[in-house]
Design a protein around this ligand. Structure first.
Ligand code: ARG
Ligand code: ZN
Length: 896
């Protein structure tokens, strides 16, 4: 049963206040829900239909007396409610079973503590309600529970009362001063401790910040608290948005479907995005914590103060909030180089995860037109592509203009549930002379049209006229349900370089003087030409600088041009991109070249890296002017997934073999440089997760990895020995895990003892044990050994399918992140996948549906993989008892 955006209707009823009383008990929690409702006079009179799921209904009362009601599917329907627009009281008493809630939606128990997750439609699993984001109410919540088992009782807003009750129970009463949609409701009850911090905002108001964790974890909360303080300060400084609560709480749980949730004043987080110490968390973890804490905090305005009218508008809050957290991380990173590194990392996620989504069976617009299960639409398209759409608006109106637009957005819509149109309109209206305002209806095609546009660029140099003409042609392939696409508004930031790499001032035909060396051109037509004058010699174009639009840029660079860009482009993103293009070209040519056979055991043993490429990589590695973090990005080859996306027919084994060969060649050719990089980038002094020192660790880690790969070829035992030594004595998890990864990935004999030692060291640290599982499930395949190893890991006493982090660490690491091991010619990987999807679906449909997406791109596969994958998907689809979540994914995968 699909839901369509066009069918939106305002609610026929408003719920003004909600008074909830919980008697918390894992087996049977009693929920008394007293609401004050009134008819919405703007909508034709109709019965009240309240959503509910897996609830036991005990009592319904209207204005203190009995009333008639009926059930229609999952809805509680009340037909005989008071006439007129006067408010009335509706009281509903239900029970639910949190301990049995393995879906982790609604009220559930994790390690003896109660948590909630209500977005998108989890509140209906707690009580009957109008579970839609445009119904906003004031909440009063009383929690009652055993005091010894649940000493801490939290909900949204302010604590107004608490005390003891008889039988060892106690209560706490919370009042949220802000109206909110029910998806932002939260409660937590359990044995928790908090790190606390008082802060004063610019206006002088005091706030209490708290980070709640299990008692042993308090020592791992400093970074999360610092990130929260930075977030509060940043939103006030950059957007003038202050904290609007006396008390802001973060609570961590080990059992969580996603990253975190922005419940008003009571954010609930996956422990993965809260807990960090240098001994247990990597630099990447520290960075992720900073950005997720920021993300959830920024939702307080973009999401909570202004929320979504309906779930089709999800990107209104998610795309905008991802944009904000990306900017936050860039601003904290500081230097232009560190900003560029963050930008490259973000674009890498977009291109390896969102572009495939946009080209596959689950492709959908940033503002979808229909869905079956909303949980399937918490996607990289809604989040990351949505953020790129906001970023393009930022580009079109400028930084100041965007801040003005945000201000107008809140002036107009504070306290409302609105649409993506409302947001775009506010940004445009605040900048009436901008390109965005001029092109708004066309710009909004980014919201309505799915698919990744391609921009094809060709350059023509006219020596006689000293002019250079760029022809830019845009197109977009059909996506499911959208056979033709209209042209997009595409901002292209560009510059021209001389053959020797100098930046050329730009002067376009008709302009009287040369201007800056970089500018943004806005494409709107299917084809446009740009003519630059006063150009002395054929230039090298640098297009789509800083990845100014989420498009594929097709351009026929010569190797020499790419080498010039890699060595000299003023735009760091395009320097990196030039290196990626060189590597990609080599990979694609090698994959296609039938003269290069792979051995019976699947090894590709042909020299494919050209001397120019190797020397260019060497100069990057040696360049003292470049940051280590940037070098690490340049020296990392495009991923197998990204390479696969460039091909029409995918032989995953060949891609894997070629990429492995390229990596080994790079390892061998640059051996002495890797040694130097390792030595020169050792930590000095204490651990700090800042961009400079984490960049140094990343580069020395890559160097160690490459040296171990080279050692496998040369028979050298020194570097694996050094890696083992580093693994043993490392002072932080980043260095330790990099060393362990180098041993595992290079197939060293020292990998097994190191893995055993690692487990023994960290057996009481679940997040580290997740890494231990993930590393093994993601290990390179040697003669088909990974699948049996994964089956073995699932038998390990520490494994549990019910814990999403653990399930992801083993199953997703194998099925989604290890293509060389997963895509077996015997289809055993696919059979394993289908078994796990079915098994997980009975426990947690949301997690199962994520896993189901691992075969999204099956139609691109060559035989025999294609048939094997289709059979596996069909096997899942044949199950009669699938959740909506998985059903939607496999149905779309099989559709033509
Ligand atoms: N709003 C949350 C975030 O972006 C994500 C929650 C999604 N949860 C879900 N069950 N689909 O931070
Ligand atoms: Zn979010």
């Amino acid at each position: 049963p699909a839901i369509h955006r066009a069918d939106y209707q305002a609610p026929a009823w408003w719920i003004d206040t909600v008074d909830l009383t919980f008697d918390l008990d894992p087996a049977k929690t009693r929920v008394l829900n007293k609401m004050r409702l009134r008819r919405n006079p703007d909508v034709a009179a109709q019965p009240l239909r309240l959503d509910g799921e897996e609830l036991n209904l005990a009592r319904v009362m209207v204005n203190g007396g009995g009333t008639s009601f009926k059930m229609e599917g999952n809805q509680l329907v009340l037909e005989n409610l008071p006439e007129g627009t006067e408010p009335f009281d509706l009281e509903i008493f239900t029970t639910c079973a949190p301990a049995k809630n393995t879906q982790l939606m609604g009220l559930y128990v994790s390690q003896g503590t109660f948590f909630t997750q209500c977005e998108a439609e989890g509140f209906r699993r707690i009580t009957y309600f109008l579970d839609r984001p445009d119904v906003m109410a004031s909440y009063t919540v009383t929690l009652r529970a055993d005091k010894a088992l649940y000493p801490v009782l939290l909900s949204n807003g302010n604590l107004v009362d608490s005390g003891a009750m008889e039988d060892g129970r106690h209560f706490a009463k919370w009042v949220d001063p802000h109206k909110k949609p029910c998806y932002l409701f939260a409660l937590v009850a359990g044995k928790l401790v908090a790190r606390e911090q008082k802060i004063r905002s610019r206006s002088g108001t005091e706030h209490l910040l708290q980070v709640y964790v299990r008692p042993g974890d308090l020592g791992k909360t400093e970074h999360a608290m610092n990130s929260l303080m930075h977030s509060v300060a940043w939103d006030e400084a950059r957007f003038g948005l202050p904290l609007d609560l006396e008390r802001f709480m973060i609570v961590a749980t080990s059992d969580f479907n996603m990253g975190a949730m922005e419940n008003k004043g009571l954010n609930i987080f996956n422990t993965k995005y809260v807990l960090a110490s240098e001994a247990t968390a990597t630099d990447t973890d520290f960075g992720n914590i900073e950005s997720v804490v920021g993300h959830e905090y920024f939702h307080n305005w973009t999401g909570n103060r202004v929320t979504c009218r309906d779930w089709f508008q999800l990107s209104l809050k998610e795309g905008l909030t991802v944009f904000r957290d990306q900017e936050f991380s860039q601003d904290l990173a500081g230097s232009p180089s560190a900003r560029a590194v963050k930008r490259i990392e973000d674009v890498r996620v977009l291109r390896t995860a969102q572009f495939p989504e946009d080209a596959g069976p689950m492709a959908h617009p940033v503002r979808p037109d229909s869905y079956i299960e909303i949980n399937n639409f918490y996607t990289v398209t809604i989040y990351e592509k949505g953020a790129e759409v906001v970023r393009m608006m930022h580009t079109l109106v400028g930084r100041e203009g965007f801040a003005k637009g945000m201000k107008l957005y809140f002036e107009r819509h504070d306290g409302q549930a609105v649409t993506c149109d409302d947001f775009a309109q506010a940004i445009a209206d605040a900048n009436p002379t901008s390109d965005l305002a001029r092109l708004l209806p066309q710009f909004k095609r980014w919201y309505s049209q799915a698919g990744t546009p391609r921009v094809q660029a060709t350059g023509q140099y006219d020596a006689a006229a000293r002019s250079y003409t760029l022809t830019l042609t845009q197109s977009c392939a059909p996506t499911p349900g959208q056979s033709t696409k209209e042209p997009f508004v595409i901002p292209v930031e560009l510059g021209l370089l001389s053959a020797s790499g100098a930046a050329l001032p730009l002067q376009m035909a008709g302009e009287s003087a040369a201007g800056a060396a970089s500018r943004t051109v806005v494409l709107t037509e299917p084809t446009q030409t740009l003519t630059f004058v006063q150009v002395d010699a054929e230039p090298v174009p640098s297009l789509l600088r800083n990845f100014s639009a989420p498009v594929v840029l097709d351009i026929d660079y010569t190797d020499a041009q790419l080498l010039t860009l890699l060595a000299h482009d003023a735009d760091a993103f395009n320097r990196w991109e030039a290196g990626q293009r060189l590597a990609l070209r080599t990979a694609i040519n090698a994959i296609a070249d039938s003269a290069y056979a792979t051995s019976a055991s699947g090894i590709f043993d042909h020299q494919v890296l050209g001397a120019d490429f190797v020397e260019a990589m060497r100069s990057v590695l040696r360049n003292p002017a470049l940051d280590a973090a940037f070098k690490e990005l340049v020296l990392t080859l495009p991923s197998e997934t990204y390479i696969a996306e460039q091909l029409d027919v995918v032989d995953p084994q060949r891609i894997h073999a070629v990429r492995e060969a390229m990596r080994e060649q790079l390892a061998l050719a640059l051996q002495t440089d890797w040694e130097r990089a390792w030595e020169q980038n050792q930590d000095t002094g204490g651990y700090r997760p800042d961009p400079v020192s984490s960049g140094r660790r990343a580069l020395s880690g890559l160097a160690l990895h490459m040296l171990c790969i080279a050692a496998r070829r040369t028979g050298d035992v020194v570097w694996p020995g050094k890696a083992y030594q580093r693994f043993k004595v490392a002072a932080n998890m980043t260095d330790r895990f990099n060393a362990l990864t180098a041993l595992v990935a290079s197939g060293s004999e020292l990998a097994a003892p190191a893995l055993a030692r690692f487990h023994a060291l960290f057996k009481d640290e679940p997040l580290v044990i997740d890494k231990w599982f993930a590393l093994q499930a993601g290990a390179p395949d040697r003669g088909g050994n990974v699948l049996p190893a994964v089956r073995q890991l699932m038998q390990h006493p520490d494994f549990s399918l019910k814990n999403p982090n653990r399930a992801r660490s083993v199953i997703f690491s194998y099925c989604s992140a290890n293509p060389g091991a997963f895509h077996r010619a015997d289809a055993a990987g696919y059979v394993f996948w289908s078994d796990r999807v079915i098994e997980l679906d009975a426990i947690n449909p949301q997690v199962a549906a994520r896993l189901a997406r691992a075969l999204d791109r099956w139609k691109k596969l060559a035989e025999p993989w294609r048939s094997g994958a289709r059979e596996a998907i069909a096997r899942v689809a044949a199950r009669p008892d699938l959740s909506n979540d998985v059903r939607e994914v496999v149905t779309r995968a099989l559709a033509d």
